[in-house]
Write a protein that binds this ligand. Structure first.
Ligand SMILES: Nc1ncnc2c1ncn2[C@@H]1O[C@H](COP(=O)(O)OP(=O)(O)OP(=O)(O)O)[C@@H](O)[C@H]1O
Ligand SMILES: [Mg+2]
Length: 336
């Protein structure tokens, strides 16, 4: 394969975490140059790129109120529009919708509709008001069941991980709109993080919130940070089960494959993660979160898989009329 250039546009933190230098060494052996893109300089002057891999979540969120971030985003978007041959992993409009829980929860509901009974996402409501009677009416109308979990509308940044567990109608006074209220699903304190790289996916188990007695009660709202419960190193009283319960079955492989395939088609993305839990009562696979270009922590095959995906995108670019092109190999995103 002739030499190709793949630009990476990541925050310093993300670059370090994924060990981009080590990935660049691996790519160099296969004739692929990995180049770090500096968004504060015109991208045009940084050379030609066959593919750009990026995670611009911070920039997208900050651009809403910060003109410097808006300029960085304009630089990126300008380059992408004037270089339609450059494949962007992943398309900005697709990523943007995952930064908004209102939008990503609608996607989860859609996936549930298309995959039938094998997969579900918990019922939820979008909250835009502090008016308790309106909130209670919405909760009842959508038949949400206590306890409820409350999450901010914005799905990126430190504040987005501040959540609460609400146990009864009185606790609804603790919501802080805009946010989503979602039925809490008992799942035996096990989270399955599914990491997707093109056609591959890898599943890693993480700690998760413990079971709570179903139904309303007058317990006080519990406020917590999701990173204290579901990171590999998390150790919290909220993740320690009170009673030992029968083991919850592992998610079925077939259902997982169907879920990943459906999500790839729906999102038009190649690098994302899905958080799933298994309902302890019904054993239904339940989607609770979709993440943009996650950390792939615990996935030892990540570099090999990413390299394979990059190579397959490059190959399908060189065979423009091939119908075997992978989903994100330059096809317009369904949401543009
Ligand atoms: N509906 C639910 N039922 C039961 N537990 C839930 C539910 N939603 C979220 N959780 C728990 O809360 C944690 C955080 O939720 P979620 O994944 O939506 O947040 P996040 O902060 O966006 O996560 P990430 O770190 O993946 O970005 C989950 O890992 C899980 O333990
Ligand atoms: Mg999550």
């Amino acid at each position: 394969m002739a030499s190709h250039r793949v630009g990476f546009c990541l925050s310093v933190k993300k670059r370090r975490r994924m060990n981009l230098t080590a990935f660049a060494d691996l790519c160099a052996n296969r004739g692929i140059d990995v180049v770090e893109i500096d968004l504060s300089q015109p991208i045009e002057s940084q050379g030609h790129f066959d593919i750009i891999v990026h995670k611009l979540s911070d920039v997208i969120v900050e651009a809403e109120h910060d003109s410097q971030s808006q300029q960085l985003l304009d630089n990126f978007q300008g380059y992408v529009s004037s270089h339609p041959q450059t494949v962007v992993l992943d398309p900005l409009p697709a990523m943007r919708q995952l930064l908004d829980r209102f939008a990503s929860y609608r996607i989860m509901s859609k996936i549930q509709e298309s995959l039938g009974r094998s997969i579900c996402s918990p019922p939820y409501v979008e909250i835009n008001t502090n008016d308790l009677s309106i909130i209670l009416e919405a909760v009842e109308k959508k038949r949400l069941t206590f306890p409820l979990i409350c999450k901010t509308r914005v799905a990126h940044g430190c504040r987005s991980h501040e959540m609460s567990l609400i146990f009864g109608a009185a606790g609804l006074a603790d919501v802080c709109p805009p946010c989503v209220l979602q039925s809490f699903v008992n799942h035996g304190a096990v989270l399955h993080k599914v990491f997707v790289v093109g056609d591959d996916h890898f599943t890693v188990e993480r700690p998760s919130l413990k079971n709570f007695p179903p139904g309303p009660c007058d317990r006080r709202t519990i406020f917590f940070n999701s990173h204290e419960v579901s990171k590999p190193e998390s150790c919290s009283h909220l993740t320690a089960l009170d009673d030992s319960l029968p083991q919850v079955p592992l998610p079925s492989d077939d259902v997982m494959v169907a879920l990943v395939r459906e999500l790839r088609a729906e999102l038009g993305m190649a690098l994302f993660g899905v958080d799933v839990i298994v309902n302890i009562q019904t054993h239904t696979l339940t989607i609770i979160d979709i993440n943009i270009f996650p950390g792939y922590e615990g996935v030892t095959q990540f570099f090999g898989s990413l390299l394979r995906h990059i190579q397959s995108v490059l190959e399908s670019r060189e065979r423009p009329h091939s119908d075997s092109a992978s989903l994100s190999s330059g096809e317009p995103c369904p949401h543009t």
